[in-house]
Structure formats: structure tokens, C-alpha cells
Design a protein around this ligand. Structure first.
Ligand code: ATP
Length: 308
């Protein structure tokens, strides 16, 4: 990646006994969509709020296009647009007033009507903030984050609470931002969102970055990168399968044997079966998913995970 948009080094933050950030560091290139993914309480919001200059870390440095958020606040405001998890606006302000007010902060704002249309707010212009639904408030806060044509946008739980259509629209908005060269920091709980939109993803847990890679790279490097499953022609020695190098888990459900393991395990399983004169029937080999990579790293299922 060429130029650097966001550089974070050695961020630490402690709240009493809770360590919210424990040596968080990463670099985001200009034009990159960078995902921060992790379970509740992992430190995601603390991290992006530190980048936005809204929280003072105990130690560490942040630069956004070279700007130190705690030194040059006006320059940061011109550069960075922030949609935070709970953006509280005055209860009585209308959608139109909020958009006009925010536009007035910037020298070259996006025409706010355009944004209102993109985010499905055009019929709500005269409605007061307090009377908007959660999803409508969310869409307004995204509009306010983008009205100043930021070079870097922080979107914290972009699509939480949005209906499928609104979610599709905001995903398209992120793709458009990327096309326009805007750098995006995306905090999310959703694997699908991270995998669909992000160039790279940092998986954060308990204040630490557990992995940082492209979505494909995360899947490839997960311990359970491959799942091999089959029905055996004769009783299979599961113990021998467990002993194979790179195997993480072996289980049998209703006669179907499933082996999880590193890339390359499938071949070893097939070789072993051949050596034992076992024919695998109804053989399926699948590569891992971002879900399994995430579970591997954090031990926590994502909000979308379903078990059958
Ligand atoms: P979520 O997905 O639930 O939004 P998160 O990854 O954004 O979680 P943070 O909000 O960054 O998590 O919180 C990280 C940890 O720091 C949590 O354990 C939280 O309880 C704690 N924490 C955050 N802010 C404060 C605060 N102002 N005072 C005390 N503890 C805090």
C-alpha cells in the first residue's frame, strides 16, 4: 500500500481492572477499507475513539494523515468524519437542521440533500431526532460523518439495527467511498460485513490485536482451514486420524466423519484412508470460513453464527 492514512502505535488504556487497549498498533493505507472485528468489550470503540481524539489513551500515539488528534483538533475535524456507536444529538433538532448545521462546519461539504437521498432520509427532513427510529438515527449519524468530505471515515457498527435494504444501501455507500479514495475504518460484529467490504481486518480481543490480515489470509492461516468429511466404507480408526499432522478436531455424527485441520490435511486423510483400505463415500472438502478463523482466535461466536 502506498501512503499512510492512519498510524496507531502502542495504544494502552486501562479502566480500573479492565484493560481496554493493550498495545494496539496498526497502519492503514490511503484508500483502504480497514475492519476492526471482535466480541463485545474487546476494545474496538475505545480504539476508534482514541483515533478520533475523543478518548485520551494512557500511552501510545495516533496520526491521521500526520495529524496528532490531541494537538491539532481543527485539522483533524477537516480530515476525519466520525459515525460513532451512539451519536447523541439534541432531541429537538430536525434532520434538516442537523444536516444544515454540520454542512456549515465545512468549506466544501457534500450537498446534504444528496446524502439524505442516499441514506433514505429525504422523507424525514422535518422530523425531530428524538422521534426517529434507531435505524433512522443511525443513518443520520452516517450522513453527518460524511457531509464534510472526510479523507478518513470512522464507521462504528455501521449496519447494526438497519433493515436489509438500508444495510445494502450503506454497504454500497462504503464501496463508493472506497472508489472515491476515502479511507474507511469500519468497526463491526458482522463477519459478512467484514468479509464483503474490508481490504484487511484486525481481529481484536481483550484489548489486543489477535490477527491482522486480508479476509482470505485470515481464513488460510486459521488452524481449521480445511474441513474434510466423508462416510466410511468400513469402521474407521478415528484415533489414527487424530494423530495426523495438522489435524485439529475429528468427530463422527450419524456415521459421517468430519476432520478439521490445516490446509493440506485433506490429502493426508485420504492417503491414510487408502492405506487402511477404507473408501471415503460422499466426500466433501471445504475450505474454512472467516467465522471459523474468528472463533479460533477469540473463542467467541459472532452474533450471526448459527449452530445446526
Ligand atoms: P462492543 O462490541 O460491545 O461495542 P467494544 O469492543 O467496542 O465493545 P469498548 O467499548 O472499547 O469495547 O470497551 C472495552 C472495555 O473497556 C470494556 O470492558 C468496557 O467495559 C471498558 N470501558 C470502556 N469505556 C469505559 C469507561 N468509560 N469506563 C470504564 N470502563 C470502560
Amino acid at each position: 500500500m502506498g501512503m499512510t492514512a492512519v498510524q496507531v502505535e502502542g495504544l494502552h488504556k486501562r479502566y480500573g481492572a479492565t484493560v481496554a487497549m493493550d498495545d494496539i498498533g496498526f497502519t492503514v493505507g490511503v484508500g483502504e477499507v480497514f475492519g476492526i472485528l471482535g466480541p463485545n468489550g474487546a476494545g474496538k470503540t475505545t480504539t476508534v475513539e482514541a483515533i478520533a481524539g475523543l478518548r485520551v489513551p494512557d500511552s501510545g500515539t495516533v496520526r491521521v494523515h500526520g495529524i496528532d488528534p490531541w494537538v491539532d483538533r481543527p485539522a483533524l475535524t477537516r480530515t476525519l468524519g466520525v459515525q460513532l456507536q451512539e451519536s447523541r444529538l439534541q432531541a429537538k433538532i430536525t434532520v434538516r437542521e442537523a444536516l444544515e448545521l454540520w454542512s456549515a462546519f465545512y468549506t466544501d461539504p457534500v450537498p446534504w440533500r444528496e446524502l439524505a437521498e442516499r441514506l433514505g432520509l429525504e422523507t424525514l427532513l422535518d422530523q425531530r431526532f428524538a422521534t426517529l427510529s434507531g435505524g433512522q438515527q443511525q443513518r443520520l449519524s452516517i450522513a453527518l460523518a460524511l457531509v464534510g468530505r472526510p479523507r478518513v471515515a470512522i464507521l462504528d457498527e455501521l449496519s447494526t439495527g438497519l433493515d436489509p435494504r438500508a444495510r445494502r444501501d450503506v454497504w454500497q455507500l462504503v464501496r463508493d467511498l472506497r472508489r472515491d479514495g476515502v479511507t474507511v475504518l469500519l468497526v463491526t460484529h458482522s463477519m459478512e460485513e467484514a468479509q464483503t467490504l474490508c481490504d484487511r481486518i484486525a481481529i481484536v480481543d481483550a484489548g489486543r490485536i489477535r490477527a491482522l490480515d486480508t479476509p482470505d489470509g485470515l481464513v488460510r492461516n486459521a488452524a481449521a482451514a480445511t474441513t474434510t468429511s466423508f462416510r466410511a466404507s468400513t469402521v474407521t480408526d478415528l484415533g489414527a486420524l487424530r494423530e495426523l499432522p495438522g489435524v485439529v478436531d475429528v468427530r463422527t455424527v450419524s456415521g459421517r466423519v468430519t476432520v478439521d485441520g490445516e490446509e493440506g490435511v485433506a490429502l493426508r486423510v485420504l492417503e491414510m484412508l487408502a492405506d487402511h483400505g477404507v473408501t471415503p463415500r460422499d466426500l466433501r472438502i471445504t475450505s474454512g470460513t472467516l467465522d471459523s478463523a474468528y472463533l479460533d482466535l477469540t473463542g467467541v461466536a459472532t452474533s450471526e453464527e448459527e449452530y445446526s
